[in-house]
Design a protein around this ligand. Structure first.
Ligand code: ADP
Length: 494
């Protein structure tokens, strides 16, 4: 492959193109009108505007993207994550157009894109599943019967679900009819498929996922685990590798199960098998994501393997250049997703301009982002500003490094999750490793961030008075006060 089009935007488009450049492969970027000045556009050898800002008029236009690829004599398309990455039809159309889709087969995407089909596919492989139904359920009376058998609380989930949508916890029989109805409408609205099923609600689970790589010659390996239990709205914010609760035996067992899940759908490429781990360290298969994950860098840091390069090599038909025994865990890595969200206000997305934007630096720090100072965070897409990743010899050092990196990171103009990251790194439950997916609900309240703000507010008020004294324009007062406060906070290095 000599030229690859990256059918994505922002940080992941850049991250992919960086690896392609190292491989001597030419890159083609696509962009919407909102991203005309985005770094991924300038980084690519060629870039083509494909439409208006809303993703259904640009990044989701599979046919148009394929046309561009054909016109520019592209050999392969890398979908990144989100947008068309798990769209089986797009993968099939790409292949039909004579272009290599850098990802698994449309069949594998389709099977694993449905949580129910995935459960069915792995049925012959002795993979532990969360107790529940293996078929879509519509009848409330039947659902009541199953729920009684499993025991409340139960979880109603959308088969086509993703991003934590279409999931409803049901505490008792009375709640079941309304919650089931809500789950069905939410699933229909979000995915165009109202199929829901029932799972036992695991009370205190950890979300642990295994990275796998499978080549076309029949080699399937696991690249250890990522611990992704620090979540808000069932979505990850902090991830780390390795997990501090896996024993070598459990790691091997889960790794083998992940390889079996991949084999069950003849998987080729990089993929992630997600599991829940309960208090008794029993694990259950949740789903498989048939793409690169947002949190893939923590695996890259501890294994030294560039997953994008492996994806390309696999797509070229090459055999993996290493075996399971060649793989080892080196040190510890933590990732913080720096979202344009306000943790003090229920993690609601924020928009605006990156008035100040300075990345942390130094040994063991990696920032994957797609913005520069002065740019606006567009409202049309995922509100992630960056992925801040650290790597150190062990977990304690990685936590210290993350705290230092967050303190150095300067973001002014947009609410973000940096301070929340510090809260996590300093929390005794995180430090001790005794946490589950309810960490945020159990331990975090907005006041936890406001404590620091109170001290800051005092100093900011002093700064604001000084600004007021010199200010010529009374009308700008409010804005300047907040800028002074933010700037002061951003310059804080502890
Ligand atoms: P999605 O595809 O929407 O991300 P997942 O099945 O991957 O849904 O689950 C996302 C998160 O929801 C998990 O990490 C976990 O926090 C929670 N979850 C999912 N299934 C269960 C369950 N059976 N019991 C308890 N929590 C669950």
């Amino acid at each position: 492959m000599k030229k690859i089009l990256v059918a994505n935007r922002g940080e992941i488009a850049l991250r992919i193109m960086r690896s392609l450049k190292e491989m001597g492969i030419q890159t083609v970027a696509i962009f919407s009108e909102a991203d005309r000045n985005a770094p991924h556009v300038f980084y690519a050898d060629e870039a083509v505007c494909i439409g208006a800002p809303p993703s259904n008029q640009s990044y989701l236009l599979g046919g148009k993207i394929i046309e561009v690829a054909q016109r520019l004599n592209v050999d392969g398309i890398h979908p990144g994550f989100g947008f068309l990455a798990e769209n089986a039809d797009f993968a099939a159309q790409v292949t039909k157009a004579g272009i290599t889709f850098i990802g698994p087969s449309p069949q594998a995407i389709e099977t694993m894109g449905s949580k129910l089909a995935a459960k069915e596919a792995v049925a012959d492989y002795n993979i532990p599943l969360v107790p529940g139904t293996d078929k879509a359920i519509t009848d409330v009376a039947e659902a009541q019967q199953i729920a009684q058998g499993i025991g409340f609380p139960i979880l109603i989930k959308a088969s086509a679900g993703g991003g934590g949508k279409g999931m409803r916890i049901v505490q008792n029989a009375e709640e079941l009819p309304t919650q089931m109805q809500r789950a069905i409408s939410e699933a229909t609205a979000a995915f165009g498929d109202g199929s829901v099923f029932i799972e036992k609600y695991i009370g205190s689970p950890r979300h642990i996922e295994i990275q796998i790589l499978a080549d076309t010659q029949g080699n399937t390996l696991y690249l250890f685990e990522r611990e992704c239990s620090i979540q808000r709205r069932h979505q990850k914010v902090v991830e780390e590798a390795p997990s501090c609760v896996l024993t070598p035996e459990l790691r091997q067992a889960m790794g083998q199960s992940a390889v079996d899940v991949a084999r069950a759908c003849d998987y080729v490429g990089a993929g992630t098998v997600e599991f829940l781990l309960d208090e008794n360290h029993r694990y259950y298969f949740l789903e498989m994501n048939t793409r690169l994950q947002v949190e893939h860098p923590v695996t890259e840091m501890i294994t030294g393997i560039d997953l994008v390069k492996e994806q390309v090599n696999i797509a070229r038909g090459e055999a993996l250049a290493f075996t399971q025994n060649d793989l080892a865990i080196n040190g510890h890595a933590i990732e913080l997703r720096v979202y344009a969200e306000d943790p003090k206000n229920n993690f609601l997305p924020d928009i605006g301009r990156l008035q100040t934007y300075r990345r942390p630096q130094g040994v063991g720090i990696r920032v994957d982002d797609g913005f520069e100072e002065g740019m606006d965070i567009p409202i049309y897409y995922d509100p992630m500003i960056a992925k801040l990743v650290v790597h150190a010899e062990n977990r304690e050092q990685a936590i210290e490094k993350m705290k230092r990196a967050i303190a150095e990171y300067q973001i002014v103009g947009i609410e973000n999750t940096l301070a929340f990251g510090t809260f996590v790194m300093e929390h005794p439950a995180f430090i001790s490793g005794e946490f589950d997916t309810h960490f945020v609900k159990k331990h975090f309240t907005p006041e936890k961030l406001l404590v620091n703000d109170a001290e800051e507010a005092e100093i900011a008020a002093f700064l604001a008075t000084q600004i007021l004294a010199t200010s010529q324009q009374q009308s700008n007062t409010v804005q300047q006060e907040s800028t002074a406060k933010s700037r002061w906070r951003a310059n804080r290095l502890w």
